[in-house]
Design a protein around this ligand. Structure first.
Ligand code: NDP
Length: 245
């Protein structure tokens, strides 16, 4: 089980990251929690401890490579190893390309793609040294299907899959696992990141009809972690049963 595994989670302050921390805490995991909102991280540390896990946190913006490197350092200083690194922080400000919401484009590229790369770069030396480890990279159903309004978000989530598959080939001989998790509509704070009000309203209706709890994704991630280390779930789509695409 996940007991005594050291697991770093970016984007841990809400949604899928928080739910994953809480489910892993029940197995006694040692968690290193990162996001920008410190008060939520402090609350999560208390929740993890009440559930039977251990946790430290560090305020981390995944667009800053130095902060991500410092997060890996915290994991090593506190627990001595990194068993699992979950690249989860992400935003989804979808809009039409013609609207040129360039700040949103840049933010998605910086958080969803560069944040994932910085996480891989920070954790990989520690995993390679110990010849063990596990990356869990959060993509999306939108990393498999592109639709009107989703060009940049889908591109970032496609990128997560491409990076993950290349990583898998590069680290297989070092006994390091790579799992891509592509969720469908999950009820989290993600819609708060949608800056275009029309898109946000349409998504809200869709999620109200189809969205499922972040616990479902957390359980999937726990199962991927719990699999014996000589086997890896390389790619998982987890979406509401009633969601078509
Ligand atoms: P939430 O908005 O609830 O969680 C996103 C997390 O990312 C928050 O903890 C937020 O924390 C963190 N975050 C955002 N920007 C940064 C940053 N610059 N640096 C560090 N942390 C950051 O949404 P979800 O839980 O849904 O999202 C988690 C992942 O799941 C994302 O990658 C998302 O794209 C993906 N996903 C979600 C789906 C869904 O339907 N919910 C579907 C498919 C994929 P803070 O603001 O405190 O920094």
């Amino acid at each position: 089980m996940s007991e005594s595994k050291v697991i770093v989670i970016t984007g841990a302050s809400s949604g899928i990251g928080k739910a994953t921390a809480e489910i892993l805490a029940k197995d006694g995991a040692q968690l290193v929690l990162a996001a920008r909102r410190e008060n939520l991280l402090q609350e999560l540390v208390a929740s993890v401890e009440s559930l039977g896990g251990q946790a430290v946190y560090q305020v981390t913006d995944v667009t800053d490579v130095n902060q991500v490197e410092a997060l890996a350092d915290l994991a090593i200083e506190t627990y001595g190893k990194i068993d699992v690194w979950m690249n989860n922080a992400g935003i989804m400000p979808q809009s039409l390309l013609a609207d040129k919401r360039i700040k949103d484009w840049d933010n998605m590229i910086d958080i969803n793609i560069k944040g994932t790369l910085y996480g891989i770069g920070a954790a990989l030396p520690h995993m390679t040294e110990k010849k063990m480890g596990h990356f869990i990279n959060i993509s999306s159903v939108a990393g498999h299907y592109a639709h009107s309004g989703g060009a940049v978000y889908s591109a970032t989530k496609w990128a997560v899959r491409a990076i993950s598959e290349s990583l898998r080939e590069e680290v297989a001989s070092d006994n390091i696992r790579v799992t891509i998790v592509s969720p469908g509509a999950i009820n989290t704070e993600l819609l708060d990141s949608v800056t275009d009000k029309n898109f946000q309203s349409n998504f809200t209706d869709f999620y109200n009809n189809f969205g499922i709890s972040a616990d479902r994704v957390a359980l999937t991630i726990k199962q991927a972690i719990d699999l014996p280390a000589d086997a890896a779930w390389n790619e998982i789509i987890i979406r509401p049963t009633k969601q078509v695409q």
